[in-house]
Each structure stands twice: as structure tokens, then as C-alpha cells.
Design a protein. Structure first.
Length: 428
């Protein structure tokens, strides 16, 4: 993820990035056959399509960078300090006064500098993708039924973030090209600072998503339960992004600040390897989490297993979700599941992270809750007035009509109480 000096970090990341990239391609193909990359969806700014495109640019770019630096590491080799007998990677050049003596071949020097600019673009893409997710979650948790996401200031914030990142990272590489220590540490330092901002945004959006969840959690419809499970899933993925960002941020800030402050590479191999391993692990968490956000296979929340095998688009707002509770599942419940265990709903829900569909679903849940509150308030007042009427009119209520008005849709009907028989008691 970075080019801070660590002997075996590049080959480790090269292997991890290549396998993650292959897994991502296989996952996209098995899920929707790259249907999300249609121009109509990209043009309408389908969140799933945009993030898929960014990942298809980032993962091969990151893999190529680590492969190039693994090649440079082993091709240029290592040197031995004859005074201390210490083994360290061969530097690109040695400087005596104003004179530079290059130790690498011209071919490898060009390859190294090209790969550094390529990594700058990967940094901009990755932080831009994380900022996009945070901006969308912030929009989802704060605005229901308002303007589309691409017309909000949050989207403008995301676009500004990406544009500034595309300028800052290559410029930082260019301005520090004369200092070998700075050129290898300033871009990762900027990257770690942006990861810290992503972590702080994750804290804020996590609170807002939990608040949104509390406001819509009382619902009985399958579509409402699916929306609640999606928000549960977003909260879980947000925590993973926060954890990975914080792990990378601490590791990179510790190494880069130390190097920049003393204007020399850290000499302790144990210190470097310890922090770089944590940065690599945090990077793996971020890659996998971003993939699982847009291509979840199953997610489980509150006893409900959500399956992803259907499809949807943003332009026609098509949504397909089916509740599959058939005879086979009933038999399983009878044979092997405890009676007090909550029933598991298997819902078809491979719908991407779009704006309008989720907002409409949340809006419908809020409206449903309002109807429930109004219904129960009306039911309470109707019960009191009905009881008074029965007491004063000697139970002259028509036995064929219910005491309470019928409930609105999606709410279980109340029990209809029949008029008790008091003929024998009041005859005399």
C-alpha cells in the first residue's frame, strides 16, 4: 500500500493484492456478469456501478505497483555495510555533496518513478471511494425523501475530495523528488491523514445510522425487515472500514512522521516490519470490506438470513425481493430448530446501494409507524368510548359488527370480541 522501506513487505502485498483482485473479479462475474458496468447505470451514478469501476481500477493498479517493487527489490538486490556488516536494500543513488552516483540501472529508475506516480493515483482512488461511502451513508441517515444524492452538498464534497486528491498526491511526489526520504514518505503521510478523516466520518455516520435504525425498527412487513437488515449491515461494514482505516492510519503515521521528522529512514527493522504488517492487514480489511459492501452474498441480522441473487437498477427504480418460506423450510423448523427460536426469513436482496429505493423504503417504514401510532391511539379511545356505550345502553351493541374499526394495511387485525350473553342474568 505504500513504499516505506521494508524488506519483504512488497512481495507480501503483491500476493495479497493479486488474490483479492482475482476474487473480486470472480465475485462480480458470479453476481451480475458485470451488468453493473453498463453505461446507463454509470451515467445515472449508480453507487454500486461507480464503486465497482473504481475497484477495477484500484486493485490491478495496486497489484501492479507491488509486483513492480517486488521485482525492483530482488533485481537490484541488497548491499552489505562493510563497517557494521548490516544488510540493507541497495539505494537508488548515493549522494556526495551535490553529486549523485546512481546505483540502479536506468530502466529500473524509470520503472520506479512511473510506479510511484501510479501509486499516487491509487491513493486518490481509494480515499475517494471511502469518502464516497461515508458521504452516501451520511446522506442516507440524514435525508429521507429529499433531493437525489448527486444533487446534495455531500456529493459535491466527495467530488471535491477526489479532485483535490488527484492534484495533491502527484504534486507531493513531484515536489519531493530531490529528497529520497521525503519522496517515499510524504504521499503515505497524506494518505494516512485522509484515512484519519475517513475514520472520524465513520464515527459520525455510525451514530446517525443507529439513530435512523431506532426510528424505523418497529415494522412487520418483509420489505421493512429487509431494509432494517440492510442498515444493520451498513453499520457493521462501517465499523470494519473504521477499524481498517484506524489500523493503517496509526501504522503509517508512526513510520512516516518518524522518518520525516529526522530526515532519514528508520533503521530498526523490527519497528518498521511491525508497523508495516499492521498497515498491510488494515489494507486487506479495507479491500475486502469495500467488496462486501457492494457484493454481499449473505448477511444475517436479527435471525434473518439475507440472500443476494436478484437485481435492480437506478434508472427504472426496479426492485425485486421475494419472501421464501415454503414447505421445505417449515419441515426444517419442525425437525431441527427450537420452537422458541425466531423464524428466519430468506429474502432475495442483491439490490445495489442506490439512493431512491432505500430512501423510499425508509420513508414507507416511517409512514407505516405513523399509521400504527394513529391506529393504536384511535383504538384506545374507541375502546373507552365503546365500553361506556355498552355500560349505559345495557349492551345493545350489534353482535355482527366489531367493536373497533378495521386496522390499516400491514398491521395484524385485532381480535373481534363477541357480545357476551347476559339474557339469563337480566331477565328478572
Amino acid at each position: 500500500m505504500l513504499y516505506v522501506d521494508s524488506d519483504f513487505s512488497f512481495v507480501e502485498r503483491a500476493i495479497i493484492d493479486v488474490w483479492v483482485c482475482l476474487w473480486f473479479i470472480q465475485r462480480v462475474w458470479s453476481t451480475d456478469r458485470f451488468d453493473c458496468l453498463q453505461w446507463s447505470k454509470l451515467r445515472n451514478f449508480d453507487i454500486k456501478s461507480i464503486i465497482t469501476l473504481l475497484l477495477l481500477l484500484m486493485l490491478p493498479g495496486q497489484s501492479l505497483f507491488d509486483i513492480i517493487w517486488t521485482y525492483l527489490k530482488y533485481n537490484e538486490g541488497f548491499v552489505i555495510d562493510k563497517v557494521t556488516n548490516e544488510i540493507f536494500p541497495k539505494p537508488e543513488y548515493l549522494q556526495y555533496g551535490n553529486t549523485k552516483i546512481y546505483l540502479w540501472t536506468d530502466k529500473d529508475i524509470i520503472l520506479k518513478r512511473t510506479s510511484e506516480y501510479m501509486l499516487s493515483l491509487v491513493f486518490a482512488f481509494q480515499t475517494g471511494t471511502l469518502a464516497l461511502l461515508q458521504a452516501f451513508w451520511s446522506h442516507l441517515s440524514s435525508q429521507i425523501g429529499g433531493k437525489p444524492f448527486i444533487r446534495t452538498w455531500k456529493f459535491k464534497f466527495y467530488v471535491s475530495w477526489v479532485v483535490i486528491s488527484f492534484i495533491i498526491f502527484p504534486m507531493a511526489r513531484f515536489l519531493t523528488r530531490e529528497n529520497e526520504v521525503f519522496v517515499e514518505n510524504v504521499p503515505p503521510f497524506i494518505f494516512s491523514t485522509q484515512l484519519l478523516i475517513v475514520f472520524l466520518l465513520g464515527i459520525k455516520n455510525g451514530k446517525r445510522l443507529n439513530k435512523l435504525l431506532d426510528s424505523i425498527k418497529h415494522t412487520y412487513s418483509p420489505s421493512g425487515q429487509e431494509t432494517i437488515s440492510r442498515i444493520h449491515y451498513f453499520i457493521e461494514m462501517n465499523r470494519s472500514i473504521m477499524f481498517g482505516s484506524l489500523m493503517m492510519c496509526i501504522a503509517l503515521l508512526t513510520t512516516t512522521l518518524n522518518t520525516i521528522a529526522f530526515n532519514q529512514a528508520i533503521k530498526s527493522k523490527l519497528f518498521m516490519d511491525f508497523h508495516i504488517i499492521h498497515a498491510n492487514f488494515g489494507s486487506l480489511i479495507l479491500w475486502v470490506t469495500m467488496i462486501l459492501i457492494i457484493y454481499p452474498r449473505y448477511y444475517i441480522s436479527s435471525g434473518r438470513i439475507m440472500d443476494t441473487s436478484s437485481y435492480s437498477t437506478l434508472d427504472d427504480h426496479y426492485y425485486h425481493a421475494s419472501l421464501e418460506m415454503g414447505n421445505n423450510q417449515s419441515e426444517k423448523l419442525k425437525n431441527g430448530i427450537k420452537k422458541d427460536r425466531p423464524t428466519s426469513f430468506i429474502v432475495n436482496s442483491s439490490q445495489p446501494i442506490t439512493n431512491d429505493i432505500i430512501k423510499k423504503s425508509i420513508s414507507s417504514l416511517l409512514e407505516e409507524q405513523k399509521q400504527q401510532f394513529e391506529y393504536f391511539r384511535h383504538k384506545t379511545s374507541a375502546s373507552f368510548s365503546s365500553t361506556t356505550t355498552i355500560a349505559t345502553s345495557n349492551f345493545s351493541h350489534d353482535p355482527t359488527s366489531p367493536l373497533f374499526p378495521p386496522p390499516p394495511p400491514l398491521i395484524p387485525p385485532p381480535t373481534i370480541y363477541e357480545k357476551p350473553s347476559y339474557n339469563n342474568k337480566y331477565k328478572s
